[in-house]
Ligand binder design. Sequence first.
Ligand SMILES: [Zn+2]
Length: 693
Amino acid sequence: MKRLFNLLLFIVLFGNSNAQNRVSVFEITNYIGLEDKENNFSVNHALKVAGVPFSTYTSFAQSINNPVIIIPSTIEVGIFPQTLIDSLKNYVSNGGILILSQLKENQLFNLTGVSSYSYSSNKKMIIGDLDKLNDESYLLDKTEEVNLKICDSSFVTGFGTRGYINSTASSLAIFDDSSSAILKNQFGDGFVYLFGLSWKDVILRNQVNKDFKAAQTYSNGFEIGSDFYFFLIRGIFEKYIPFAVSKHTSVSNSNSSLIITHDVDATSAIADIMTDFSSYEFENNIRSTYFVTTHYKHDSIAKDFWTGYADQILSVKNKKHEIASHSVSHVPDFDNSTIVQLGDCDEVEHSNYHPFYNGSISTDVTVCGEVSVSKQLLKEAADIDVKSFRAGYLAYNKNLLEGLESMNYNFNSSNSANDVLTSFPYQGHLTLSMSSDTSSILEIPNTISDVFTEDRISEDNYMDKVAIWKSVQLKNSFNHSPTVLLIHPNRLWKIVAEQSLIRGLSANTAIIPFEEYGRYWKDRVSTDFDFDISSDSNMIIQLNITEEKLNKSLSFSLKNGLALKNIQVLDADGKIVEHSELKLHDNDKLVYFSGIGFDHSIFTYDETSKLINYSVYPNPSNSIFNFKFSLINDANVSIQLYDELGNVVEEIMNNAIELGNHFISNTKKLNQGMYFYKISVDDQHYYGKVIVN
Ligand SMILES: [Zn+2]
């Protein structure tokens, strides 16, 4: 009966296609006479990341059922009939929100509050008004997030922009020549936002690396780039739609996601230190992703460091980590598509693939050879169905995605966020050109790494580098953006660096392996929803899929959700999906689901803790337990072992020791049974249970 009731409610709420809380994308193909693929793609992508529900229409009559309309293309002079111009004005005047870019049609100037514009391709910056932009989106709250480089000064010209002169509009951002870059105008009961830049130039251009060196940092720096536009769009959606619901950009109830990845591309890593890394992570309930180079031939890059290490790969897999490919040859000219061609993915095998690097140039290296043979070898070594790839040196070959598609890969990690100007995943582009088709491969950019081109990371300075990582991770977490860490498991002190980052993570950061995050993101994009609210503050979120198909790591952010009386999530069959709720930002609420699929740890850094990162292993053991821990200050430390009745069996230590990393084991032979330990650091105590079998 309850189910029937819900089904009826569902029909009442959503059976009527009018009055929805979605964004309409009005593609004006019929008026411009061609498909504006680049701008349409870019707006589509922006809305996907923003997580707002949207529908695409080619007629204005269909678009007006929603409270927000975006027109991705430039409105040229004379392409809209007078009736459409009047309808646009009516829509806004009656309270609609309209978002335009690069407007040329002067009949719409009074709607947008401008008097004229000047076109140019030599603008270098947009300079945002922090107060006004922060009023549009709470995520835009730092100067570095609203001042955006669009073209490096080393270029004479970049992409084309329109700098507007305001009549009634107010500028949210200006270009470096003081003309308006982003403006807002009230018209009747509604508002118009006008961008003096094309969507393709601030989104697609960055993804295919055709930007004019617009990165704020070369590497290992916080980069907002395209993400500015995603946050602004969601901010506008949340500003005008009461209790607006959008898909959260981090897994489940986490504030942000950290993805730990390792490149195993040297003998020291595969033979030795990879095992230490994977054990440290396993003991701390962390799952990460190992990108392994299957370098089986001696050349000037390295000797064979693949043959004979299958057990090591298997042991990493058995500790629940993901294994991915980091190529066969790891050649530095992999990005040169004249030297490294696509090759034949159907024919290439280990036995007939002989990649070689002589110190200056590659021979017999193909994209198919790299992605296919490494996949075959990892399958043979540890029965792994490899789904992810990362190129050596992030050298991006323009045929890479074609090779990955034909070998059934799903994810690629060969870009840095600084390069592609976004921290969020996107569908890759097959030929790395603006007009290229999108690929099925999801690109997940790297945000921070142990590769510092100037002042390289070392045993002496790594804590300074960790401080840089932490600052990027913290800024990303404020934006609920993901942080992908790349760390080579080739030095023991790098474990300490990773541990310091983990212990210093911002609150409620989820640590999740690469492919799991990628699957979450793909499911997030494909899951659509609607929401509606009844007069007595009851919110219904209606999913387009059944609960069985729902990725339970997906979660929703509800603007002012704390003021809602009741929230209900229904699946495509009208069945209630159980959920939990959490305060997010200000009065916003996070709605998330528990259950299978949400099995990663959430780390909350307790800054008052004197003992950090302690582990006791192996557990169970046949008698000896190792206590590993770090102190943030000098302290008196005692470790005692008790039997089940509470008698002290052994005092393992009791003395004043220095800050830093420590390691000690019990010495007494223990009988089979259960024991308890107590670690005291000054006045703080930590307890745990260990088993002797
Ligand atoms: Zn590498």
